[in-house]
Ligand binder design. Structure first.
Ligand code: ADP
Ligand code: GLC
Length: 500
């Protein structure tokens, strides 16, 4: 069925048939510009307007985090409230609203005891201990919020919202208004599944029989994501390669069997980049705007970045940048192994990131040992992230696994050549440079080994030393198009198939 659907979609696209005005409710745990811990927020924040541009009717449901309540958004409190069962209690919340884009309604579920906190999921002492309860509440409250104006499609993202699908499908008697709603669950990162001990089961108010290994049980724990994957009408992964990888034991995180079983309903759709925010022509955070026909501005951005990071303002030295959560997924252990060798090359290195304490300590140590060569900023800094994209020559993403990855898409647009490992969306978006044909848009390596990373880096540095070849590569990279419209169309076609 999956293949036929894809063929039908292709033919529809060829005929340039319009997509119908399908009504979508996007339930997301984070979304730009309201709250962000990573790429999921970027993805939701650009997919929704792109769908709207295609003529779909989109609304969004997400938590009213502290950044929402105290942010500079014009929120309307229409006096709407929700009351949801958590265990044997009713928990009350309210709904705030705002509009985005061409009139897209965004509903924020407000319940300050759950969401008015310093962070979204994890504070300095670790994950919030009541995360199960917080996201059971969100899932139930989202369904309540949608009841008066039912969508045709309920599209959820990751474990934090997956239970909305479970509650809807396993307890249809509770949600009669939503009986005909089709459901989609997008997997952004299987490394996070929402695993909680059985003692939390009572919070869900689901029949005990659902706690079995074919539904919500996972090695003795409750698995929120798995529940959603079992009940969703369609599943998407954020790149075609990741949709394949998660069917294997190496990348399936214990759910590979489920993905194999549901292969007909599993689609890989590559994320796009929001070029209104992430392009050197439009970027408001960088020292000078530039484009492929006028690269002078990129030199200005490089000098500006060197200055900001306390590095010598040398134009001719290759500057390698990284913006990343500092966790194993992003290849930090691989980098730890070859950091000294990497910094032994003739280059400058800047890193912005935060994450696990041991990796933060390791990268800080590099900066201490290589002053004037390596400069590290620990923290989350949107402006500096843009400045690194614009000012660096090379962008490093040696991920162990990468469902999609957005920074390589941004880097291509900024002519900041990505060095990536061939995994997930990195493999789907960066083409390895071939000296003979002078083709490619970056440098790609396969094995998760220091030698492979250093080899890709050396190939990049060799070409950097040849300005003409380098400039041609930069221009090819900048011409690559990963705008959202194509990806949004793939989602729109999937929705249309589900409702027809
Ligand atoms: P992931 O969601 O797994 O972290 P992505 O590549 O999809 O990876 O998206 C990461 C997003 O978060 C990008 O927009 C990137 O610029 C941003 N980001 C990551 N770390 C930081 C940081 N320390 N400061 C600012 N932005 C960051
Ligand atoms: C996750 C993944 C990342 C992806 C992002 C947006 O955070 O780790 O690869 O780009 O989601 O889909």
């Amino acid at each position: 069925m999956g293949k036929q659907q894809t063929k039908a979609g292709r033919e529809r696209r060829k005929r340039k048939e319009p997509i119908g005005p399908v009504k979508i409710a996007m339930v997301s745990p984070e979304m730009v510009p309201f709250a962000k811990t990573g790429g999921l927020a970027d993805m939701a924040g650009s997919l929704c307007p792109a769908l709207e541009r295609l003529g779909l009717k989109v609304s969004v449901v997400m938590p009213a985090y502290r950044s929402v309540i105290h942010g500079n958004f014009s929120l309307i409190d229409g006096g709407l409230s929700v009351s949801v069962p958590i265990s044997d209690r009713q928990v009350e919340g309210s709904i705030l609203q705002t509009k985005l884009g061409q009139g897209m309604a965004v509903h924020f579920i407000r319940c300050d005891r759950y969401f008015d906190r310093e962070a979204l999921y994890t504070a300095s002492e670790g994950d919030y201990v009541d995360n199960a309860e917080r996201f059971v509440f969100l899932a139930r409250a989202a369904l309540e919020a949608l009841r008066p104006n039912p969508p045709q499609i309920l599209h959820c993202h990751d474990w934090q919202t997956a239970l909305a699908i479970v509650f809807l499908k396993a307890q249809p008697e509770n949600y009669p208004e939503l009986a005909s709603v089709k459901t989609v669950l997008t997997v952004h990162n299987l490394g996070y599944q929402g695993l909680f001990g059985y003692p939390d089961w009572h919070l869900l108010n689901l029949d005990r029989s659902l706690f079995n290994f074919r539904q919500l049980e996972f090695f003795g724990k409750i698995n929120f994501l798995k529940g959603g994957l079992v009940f969703a009408d369609a599943i998407t992964a954020v790149s075609p390669t990741y949709a394949e990888e998660i069917k294997s034991p190496e990348q399936g995180f214990g759910l590979e069997g489920l993905f194999q079983e549901r292969a007909q309903d599993l689609f890989g759709i590559l994320n796009g980049a929001d070029y209104a925010v992430w392009s050197p022509q439009a970027d408001r955070c960088i020292a000078r705007n530039y484009g492929a026909t006028d690269l002078a501005g990129k030199k200005v951005c490089k000098a500006d970045l060197q200055r900001a990071m306390g590095l010598p303002e040398t134009a001719g030295i290759p500057l390698v940048g990284m913006v990343s959560r500092l966790i194993a997924q992003k290849g930090l252990d691989l980098l730890e192994k070859c950091g000294e060798e990497l910094l032994g090359r003739n280059l400058q290195f800047v890193l912005l990131g935060s994450g696990e304490a041991k990796y933060e300590a390791a990268v800080r140590e590099w900066a201490l040992r290589h002053p004037g060569k390596a400069s590290v900023r620990i923290g989350f800094d949107e402006t500096l992230a843009h400045q690194i994209e614009a000012g660096a020559d090379l962008f490093l993403m040696p991920s162990q696994y990468e469902p999609c990855g957005l920074n390589q898409l941004y880097s291509l647009k900024y002519g900041t050549i990505p060095i990536v490992r061939a995994t997930g969306g990195l493999k789907d978006s960066v083409i390895d440079y071939q000296p003979k044909s002078r083709s490619g848009t970056g440098f790609v390596f396969g094995p998760y080994e220091p030698a492979a990373l250093l080899d890709a880096l050396d190939r990049a540095l060799n070409l950097f030393a040849r300005p003409k070849g380098w400039e041609a590569l930069v221009k090819r990279a900048m011409a690559a198009d990963f705008s959202w419209d194509r990806s949004a169309r793939a989602y729109a076609e999937m929705y249309q198939r589900l409702v027809s």
